[in-house]
Design a protein around this ligand. Sequence first.
Ligand code: ADP
Ligand code: MG
Length: 389
Amino acid sequence: MSLPTPPSADTLADRARAGLRERHGADAAAVGWAPGRVNLIGEHTDYNGGLVLPVALPHATAAAVARRDDGVVRLSSAQADDDWTGRIDELAPGRLTGWPAYVGGVLWALGEAGLEVPGVDLHVDGTVPLGAGLSSSASIECAVAFAVLGLLDVEPTAPTRQMVVDACIRAETEMAGAPTGGMDQTVAVFAEPGSALLIDFSSHRHEAEPLALVDRSILVTDTRVSHELTDGGYASRRDECERAAAELGIPTLREATLDDVTRLTDERVARRARHIVTETARVPATVEALAHADWRSLGELFAASHASMRDDFEISTPELDLAVETAVAHGADGARMTGGGFGGSIVSVVPTDRVEEVVEAVDAAFDRAGYASPAHLLAEPSGGATLLP
Ligand code: ADP
Ligand code: MG
């Protein structure tokens, strides 16, 4: 099955450099690169102190940057028509909207973290589909942050990488106005090639889990229904989870049991909490299933996860449900919606020799249902953010 392979980091970096020259007449002093991600399991668990298991994609963003001595900031993107021009000292929450908020937000947050960020010309170019639940937002943020590290000659040591993660979370939350739990930025920075990243949001530790997929492929299907994290859905789920934890008198739902859930007075809040409790338990079980190539267990875990998001957390859509059902009916070991929900993508683990069948079946089912054509990509597990020479 030949799904298009995304350009290599070097090729994407060359595109960003060429864009910087064309749009701003500047030669890049540094180029940062960072991947998008697909979460294998653990949805909405990050802000509940739980576990997640994302994989970095080969689809990524490159940011090329050149220093300016006049304090002016000029931002452009190959994926956006509108450029942004302003001053480094005017970057602050509430001052930027749209895509420049993600980029300007990183420049601002790195400054808040203590870096002396100068005026810059900056151009980004990426291959992560925007708004597909594959975290183009963390990809662009972390690429910009790494470009700035390169510009300032700061070594990306482990503490610096963590500073980048925190700055990018601040950029997205405070400048772009999209609350985020931190999974996306953590995997975009700390992913290791060939592995998933198990992140524990109560201890804030993460560990690479090598994936021995052998004859299996991770297939991502973007339903082309664009989610909007800045809409109310994410915030209301987050609020309901906080209410559940408060009623139970615990800091986060990580500490809750299924028994606790039955004590919650509001039926809807109880269902939200049940999703978090069961989903968190499914993450280590999925790590086990992957480690033993136990595709049957993986399929059951993915099915339970999808049902929980559809029925308890109520973040699925008819398109996501149809894609999941069709993928499983045509040979996927397991399939589930992935990302924040309300649109976006599904992830499935498929015997490599059946990927083509799954892709064709989902396309046909969408066509019959009158849905827009979905887009498919193979999630070859990639490494985290880098500085390109
Ligand atoms: P996701 O992270 O799932 O793709 P988000 O809504 O979190 O969806 O982030 C998408 C937004 O990130 C876009 O609407 C845009 O503002 C910004 N963005 C991401 N990548 C780029 C890019 N290459 N160029 C311009 N903006 C981008
Ligand atoms: Mg995002």
